[in-house]
Write a protein that binds this ligand. Structure first.
Ligand code: GDP
Length: 197
């Protein structure tokens, strides 16, 4: 019997230091990484069952160091769901997301795409500078969902990805693909400057 899975392309975006890598690695590998090279842009794969559907997630943890906007345009065009991350203890990372979202809207030529606004580092409650209300206002303006999370304590990490997958399921029936042994592999190779080799 052939196994059917649905593939999801998820892109994690946000300013440097907000915890994109920590959040992605916590979700995929279940560990909190204290130090992660901020220039590494990596993609991760994870199998997960959501509402009885077998899902294969391909998560791109972006580094924002692309030399060519064409690169960013490409993964924004390809992405089906976007995790827009800021840190609740750094106001500028919250406002930075406006430009990032504008870019997705421009590339996709629509403002209607699955996304979730994520206020990371919620374990730093006492140092909070971005209010929950501000996040709610922004997410309703964007018609996205919104959650606070902590990669450190693993708060809402699973939940935020589930929310995004459900949004994608609602919006589009992702292409059903058969899993072929050793087939259908796309490989992009980058050097240290993130130029394609
Ligand atoms: P990125 O540049 O957005 O990928 O950010 P990183 O994942 O490299 O995280 C930046 C720093 O913040 C690292 O020192 C992480 O250990 C730390 N960090 C990430 N997420 C959290 C969190 O939820 N809580 C706390 N306290 N620290 C975090």
């Amino acid at each position: 019997k052939k196994k059917m899975v649905q593939e999801y392309k998820i892109v994690v975006l946000g300013s440097g230091g907000v915890g994109k890598s920590a959040l992605t690695v916590q979700f995929v590998q279940g560990v909190f990484v204290e130090k992660y090279d901020p220039t590494i842009e990596d993609s991760y794969r994870k199998n997960i069952e959501v509402d009885g559907i077998q899902c294969l997630l391909e998560i791109l943890d972006t580094a924002g160091t692309e030399q060519f906007t064409a690169m960013r345009d490409l993964y924004m065009k390809d992405g089906q769901g976007f995790v827009l991350v800021y840190s609740i203890v750094a106001k500028s990372t919250f406002t930075d997301l406006n430009d990032i979202r504008d870019q997705i809207v421009r590339v996709k030529d629509t403002d209607d795409f699955p996304s979730i606004l994520v206020g990371n580092k919620c374990d730093f409650e006492e140092q909070r500078v971005v209010s929950k209300q501000d996040a709610q206002d922004l997410s309703s303006k964007w018609k996205s969902s919104n959650m606070e999370a902590s990669a450190k304590t693993s708060t809402n990490i699973q939940e935020l990805f589930l929310d995004l997958i459900r949004q994608i399921n609602k919006k589009e029936q992702p292409n059903k693909k058969e899993v072929k042994k050793g087939g259908g592999c796309n490989l992009l190779v980058y050097n240290n400057n993130n130029t394609i080799l």
